[in-house]
Design a protein. Structure first.
Length: 382
C-alpha cells in the first residue's frame, strides 16, 4: 500500500512533524506492504530510503495546493493522509478547494478542532465554523480525531458520525534509565526531587504559576528542584517571547536561581531519555480550552511517571488515567498539595506510575499505527 502524508516533517521543531515521523516509523516496522512518501514543508529535509521518502514541496502562507498536487499525482498513492493544522493550511477556500481537486482516497487528521470558545483562533469567521467543517468532512473519506470531545464538536457542526474515527495520539516508548545518573548529568544531586515542565514556551502554559507554586513546595521539601525544558516555537508570537523573559525575571526575583533550571531550547529526541529519567513528576498547566490533545503529554506518558495537569480538553486523558492528579486551572493551592503528596507519598506515586504505564501501553505507537493501517485498508477496499 502506497501512502502519502501531507505534513510538516523532520527536522522541523513542530509537534506534528514529530507525530508524523513516529507514525511513519511505527507503520514501517509493523507492516511489510507499506511504502510512504511525505509531501512536506520546505523546512523539512529531503529523504529517500527503500520504503520512506520525504519531498519538501510547499510553504505555509503561500499557494501550496499546486506543489502538493504535483507530488501526489507523480507518486500515485493509494491513500493521501493530511496532518491538518489550521496555522499551516487554514480552513478556508484554498484548503477546501485543494481537497476537492484531490481525486484519491483521502484522510484528514484534525490535530485541533476550532470552537467558539477560542474565537481568537478562527481567522475564517466564527459564522463559518459549522459550514467549513461540514464541507471538510464532505470532501474527505474520513476524519481522524484524538478524543471524544473533538468528535462531539465535529458532530455539532453537522459532520456525519460515520465520517469520524477516534484514534488516540500515539505514545512513544521512552527508555528510562537510572534516575541518580540522569540527575547528576543535569547538575543535580541524586537525592534531589525533580519537577519537570516540558514543551514549547507558551504564555498560556502558566509557567509563572508553577514557579510560584514551586517556592511553596520548596518550603516543605528541601531537596526539590524545578526544570522548565523547551524553547520558543519557530512561529512563536510576541507574547510568548515576552513570557520567556518574564519567567527569568520571576525566578530571579523570588531568589530561586539555584533551584530552577531553565533549558530554553528545543529538546532533541536524543536528549529526552536523560531529561525524563531525571524527573519525579511532570506538570502541565495550560489554561485555555483548546480542543486538542497534547503530544508533550504523551511523551510524558511514555516515561511512566506521575503527571499533574489542569482540567482542560488538551489534558483530558489525565482525568481518565489519574483523576487524583488533575487540578483546576489557576489552582495554586491544589497544585502545591498534589506535588507534595507525589514527592512524599511513595505509595501514591507508585499508583500514579502504574496507571500511566498502563495507558502508555494502550496508546503505544505500534498500536496506533495498526489502527491507521486497518483504516487505510478499509478505505482502499471500499
Amino acid at each position: 500500500m502506497k501512502i502519502c502524508y501531507v505534513s510538516t516533517y523532520q527536522p522541523q521543531h513542530c509537534g506534528i512533524a514529530d507525530y508524523t515521523d513516529n507514525l511513519c516509523q511505527a507503520l514501517l516496522e509493523g507492516t511489510k506492504d507499506t511504502s510512504i512518501t511525505v509531501a512536506a514543508e520546505y523546512d523539512s529535509s529531503p529523504l529517500e530510503t527503500e520504503r520512506l521518502t520525504c519531498i519538501p514541496c510547499f510553504r505555509r502562507g503561500e499557494g501550496y495546493a499546486e506543489n502538493i498536487l504535483r507530488v501526489i499525482y507523480k507518486i500515485k498513492p493509494d491513500i493521501v493522509h493530511i496532518q491538518h493544522d489550521y496555522s499551516v493550511y487554514g480552513l478556508s477556500e484554498e484548503f477546501l478547494n485543494f481537497l476537492w481537486r484531490l481525486k484519491v482516497r483521502k484522510v484528514v487528521t484534525m490535530h485541533e478542532v476550532h470552537t467558539p470558545e477560542t474565537p481568537e483562533k478562527v481567522s475564517y469567521g466564527l459564522e463559518n465554523l459549522p459550514v467549513n467543517h461540514k464541507r471538510l468532512a464532505d470532501l474527505s473519506d474520513m476524519l481522524i480525531v484524538h478524543s471524544r470531545g473533538m468528535s462531539l464538536w465535529l458532530r455539532n457542526y453537522g459532520v456525519d458520525g460515520k465520517k469520524i474515527t477516534i484514534i488516540p495520539h500515539g505514545t512513544p516508548n521512552i527508555p528510562v534509565g537510572e534516575p541518580s545518573i540522569a540527575k547528576r548529568s543535569l547538575g543535580f544531586s541524586e537525592l534531589d526531587k525533580i519537577i519537570l515542565s516540558f514543551g514549547f514556551i507558551r504564555h498560556f502554559k502558566n509557567d509563572q504559576l508553577l514557579i510560584r507554586a514551586f517556592k511553596d513546595v520548596a518550603a516543605h521539601i528541601s531537596n526539590v528542584k524545578l526544570v522548565l525544558a523547551g524553547g520558543l516555537h519557530p512561529y512563536s508570537s510576541k507574547i510568548d517571547m515576552e513570557e520567556a523573559s518574564r519567567r527569568r525575571i520571576l525566578v530571579e526575583s523570588l531568589g530561586l536561581n539555584e533551584h530552577v533550571k531553565l533549558i530554553e531550547k528545543y529538546v532533541p529526541s536524543e536528549d529526552i531519555p536523560i531529561l525524563f529519567t531525571s524527573a519525579d513528576v511532570f506538570v502541565f498547566l495550560h489554561d485555555q480550552p483548546f480542543m486538542e490533545v497534547s503530544g508533550a503529554l504523551h511523551s510524558a506518558f511514555g516515561a511512566c511517571k506521575p503527571i499533574v495537569a489542569t482540567s482542560v480538553p488538551r489534558f483530558g486523558e489525565v482525568g481518565e488515567v489519574s483523576p487524583q492528579t488533575l487540578i483546576k486551572p489557576g489552582d495554586r493551592e491544589g497544585l502545591v498539595k498534589v506535588l507534595i503528596k507525589i514527592l512524599t507519598d511513595e505509595g501514591f506515586a507508585d499508583d500514579c506510575r502504574r496507571r500511566v504505564a498502563e495507558y502508555a501501553a494502550l496508546t503505544s505507537w505500534s498500536r496506533v499505527a495498526m489502527q491507521h493501517y486497518n483504516l487505510y485498508k478499509q478505505l482502499y477496499k471500499s
